[in-house]
Structures are given as structure tokens and as C-alpha cells.
Design a protein. Structure first.
Length: 94
């Protein structure tokens, strides 16, 4: 089974929480996709690296999984994907 992990925009867009997973289930071969939406901590101000540190432990431990970021979540998905599950994002920059 493949897991789709969605990272919403700053407003926590409901599209990634409801309409998209429902639409994907209607496509041939997509019935076995599990959906997980990460919600950002509401009362904390964090940049992309801090959010990557927060999000990395919440990613699926098994493969395969897909990261999909909308708006603000797009660069966060790239940081997580480019850092191999966020480990490199946890290292201080030189």
C-alpha cells in the first residue's frame, strides 16, 4: 500500500483533506492509497527547517510513500524529500 502524505498551505486547505483523497480513490489503481494529512502546530511560529524537523518523525516508516505539498507546503515537501526524510534538515548549517 502506498501512503499519500499531504502538506497543506498556511490556511490548512480543506481540499487536500477531503476532495483530493476522494477523487484519487475514483481513479483506476488508486484504491489502495492511504491518505495522511499533516497539520501544522497552530500556536508556534516556525520556518521551513523547523517544520521539517517537526514533520520528519511523522512521515511513514515504510515505503513507498508520496509527499504532496500545496502552496506553503510545497517547499516543505521539497525540504523533506531532499533531505532523506528530514535528517539533513536537522543538522545545523555551517
Amino acid at each position: 500500500m502506498t501512503t499519500l502524505v499531504t502538506l497543506p498551505g498556511l490556511d490548512g486547505s480543506p481540499y487536500l483533506q477531503g476532495a483530493l483523497p476522494h477523487a484519487l480513490q475514483q481513479l483506476p489503481g488508486m484504491g489502495d492509497v492511504e491518505h495522511r494529512c499533516l497539520y501544522y502546530p497552530p500556536h508556534q511560529r516556525m520556518g521551513y527547517l523547523e517544520l521539517a524537523r517537526w514533520a520528519a518523525p511523522q512521515l511513514p516508516q515504510d515505503w513507498p510513500f508520496v509527499l504532496l505539498g500545496e502552496s506553503f507546503g510545497g517547499p516543505l515537501a521539497l525540504v523533506l524529500a531532499g533531505c532523506g526524510r528530514g535528517e539533513a534538515a536537522m543538522q545545523p548549517s555551517p
